[in-house]
Design a protein around this ligand. Structure first.
Ligand SMILES: Nc1ncnc2c1ncn2[C@@H]1O[C@H](COP(=O)(O)OP(=O)(O)OP(=O)(O)O)[C@@H](O)[C@H]1O
Length: 242
């Protein structure tokens, strides 16, 4: 494996009975890259992501994540990555600080490290005034940003974000993307699914899945040239409509 490719996927397939949800997908993602993983509802994105984060065994194909094989080293993968699921993951009935402490513990951080991380994170997110408030009382956008930070509390090499900005307003989405850029600038690889086509424009490269297959993969600029359209929304519509 090239040291630059933190994700390598070749012919990765997942079948549920006779149904092929992910059909022989292949791609590579480089260190520090923001890789957009697009597709219509049911295209197979979440199924593919679950195989990459080591919680679903592929039916066939090959994949390594952070240098570890998804078939044989799923536990090592889990320790090397961060994951933010579509459904908000923090506990509403714990405070901001308690959530950070809880997840820091789950990721195996020492008490000292948790205290340090907690202080930095609360300051960076501007959450000082609500640090002792229940997460359930925070606006959705704040929760999402906190959830993203918590998913990286253990300094992972790669962070997987499954529709991280679903339902939040455009300004908060913009702020969320600033956090994504910051993570990528620090060398963290960001693998992100989204249904917002403006966000697809922010990615370094974008793949588009249709019925379990990757039908296009390139930079947003090259995809627009290839499909002779002005924006990613039109690229997506051309592919999804076939
Ligand atoms: N455990 C399962 N058993 C059977 N079929 C499944 C299972 N999980 C997913 N599928 C099917 O696989 C297909 C791909 O689903 P998946 O959730 O990966 O799509 P997606 O691209 O993530 O969609 P969305 O954008 O709605 O999250 C769908 O047709 C879904 O019904």
């Amino acid at each position: 494996m090239s040291i630059h490719n933190v994700i390598q996927v070749e012919g990765l397939t997942k079948k549920f009975g006779d149904f092929t949800a992910v059909n022989a997908i292949s791609f590579k993602v480089e260190k520090g890259e923001i890789f957009g993983f697009l597709g219509a509802n049911g295209a197979g994105k979440t199924t593919a992501m679950k195989m990459l984060i080591g919680i679903s065994i592929p039916s066939s194909g090959k994949a390594t994540v952070a240098g570890f094989d998804v078939f044989t080293h799923a536990e090592s993968i889990k320790k090397s990555i961060g994951y933010m699921s579509q459904k908000f993951a923090l506990y509403d009935d714990l405070t901001v600080k308690e959530n950070i402490t809880f997840f820091g513990g789950i990721y195996g951080l020492s008490r000292k490290r948790i205290r340090q991380k907690s202080a930095v994170l609360i300051e960076e997110l501007g959450l000082e005034k609500v640090a002792n408030k229940l997460v359930g009382a925070l606006p959705l956008g704040w929760k999402q940003k906190l959830s993203f930070s918590v998913s990286m509390i253990h300094d992972p090499k790669i962070v997987f974000l499954d529709e991280p900005t679903g339902g939040v307003d455009p300004i908060t989405r913009r702020q969320f993307w600033e956090m994504i850029y910051k993570a990528a600038n620090q060398g963290i690889t960001v693998f992100v699914t989204t249904h917002y086509m403006d966000e697809a424009e922010y990615c370094d490269r974008v793949s588009i899945m249709v019925n379990g297959k990757i039908e296009a993969l390139d930079t947003p600029k090259k995809l627009k040239e290839q499909f002779k359209v002005a924006n990613m929304n039109d690229v997506f519509l051309k592919l999804a409509r076939g």
